[in-house]
Design a binder for this molecule. Structure first.
Ligand SMILES: NC(=O)c1ccc[n+]([C@@H]2O[C@H](COP(=O)([O-])OP(=O)(O)OC[C@H]3O[C@@H](n4cnc5c(N)ncnc54)[C@H](OP(=O)(O)O)[C@@H]3O)[C@@H](O)[C@H]2O)c1
Length: 265
């Protein structure tokens, strides 16, 4: 871990990767934990508030503009210096048959909330880092799927492409500021995500543990801008490598085709 943070805000801390971040951060880091599941938030507070550690729990539906504003205001007043933008969801389904509200939920939580919270909290984080001389940290959880379009996960993949592009763009734009920015792109990870998404089992074959993903992310923060986290596949070539290869050659192939055919008259 590069450094210790004073106070971390973790969205989607009630389960999976978000909960793993809450578990691995050192006791010297106070926490602001959010999610909709109040019972789980209470249990987390009880488990993690040891030795005078401050654990603030904020029940938040990230689809609600009012809840987002409340969360921003409280996080700003508590002077967050690490922000793990993790909450997210996906539905593995036919686009034309997915209820409009499920489609909107993916966009609201994975895109609108990520954008709004990041835009509202980053300036204060940077300002405080300048004053204290301690770098701030921002992790935006995208996905390996953020690298490529994907049928049946079309909307989810598009939202995760947004998260990836936002994090990479900000990392470059703010490279002279005292903030480390990481796009975390987990591959299959053993959480509630698969069941909630209705995704097929073989997609989650050899899933990595959420603790392993969170640990790798904290090691990568400040050292790189994108972390693709995935266990190697049995046939040797890791899914990550394959995705990266397809992503880069895919763009190249698109460009070649476009250049050959030109725009339609
Ligand atoms: N698991 C994977 O294989 C995988 C792979 C790549 C990327 N990811 C990404 O990793 C992140 C964490 O997912 P996970 O795998 O840990 O899944 P998870 O176990 O289902 O956890 C998702 C978290 O997001 C929160 N959340 C969902 N909708 C919300 C809403 N409307 N308002 C507030 N919080 C909401 C949930 O909290 P409540 O239920 O309490 O609201 C929960 O804490 C997501 O961004 C996901 O896209 C996961």
């Amino acid at each position: 871990m590069r450094r210790q943070y004073k106070r971390a805000l973790i969205t989607g801390a009630t389960s999976g990767i978000g909960e793993a971040f809450a578990d691995i951060l050192p006791a010297s880091t106070d926490l602001i934990l959010t999610g909709r599941n109040a019972e789980k938030l209470g249990a987390l507070q009880e488990r993690l508030a040891v030795g005078g550690r401050a654990i603030e729990i904020i029940e938040t539906d990230l689809r609600s503009p009012t809840d987002r504003k409340k969360l921003i205001s409280r996080s700003e007043s508590l002077e967050t210096d690490l922000f793990v933008n993790n909450a997210g969801l996906g539905f593995f389904s036919h686009f034309t048959e997915t209820p409009a509200d499920d489609e909107a939920a993916m966009v609201d939580v994975n895109v609108v909330a990520v954008h709004e919270l990041t835009h509202a909290l980053l300036p204060g984080m940077i300002e405080r880092a300048k004053q204290t001389g301690e770098r701030a940290g921002l992790i935006i959880v995208s996905s390996v799927i953020g690298h490529l379009p994907m049928p049946y996960f079309a909307t989810y993949a598009a939202t995760k492409a947004f998260d990836l592009a936002l994090a990479e763009g900000l990392a470059e734009e703010l490279s002279r500021e005292p903030v480390d920015i990481l796009a975390l792109c987990p591959g299959a990870t053993a959480t509630d995500f698969q069941a909630r998404a209705g995704a097929p089992n073989d997609m989650f074959d050899r899933a990595e543990s959420s603790i392993s993903v969170a640990r790798k992310a904290m090691r990568a923060l400040g050292r790189r801008r994108v972390l693709v986290s995935q266990l190697p596949m049995r046939f040797g070539l890791s899914y990550n490598t394959a995705i990266h290869r397809i992503a880069s050659s895919g763009a190249h192939a698109y460009f070649k085709r476009l250049m050959r055919h030109g725009p339609k008259e």
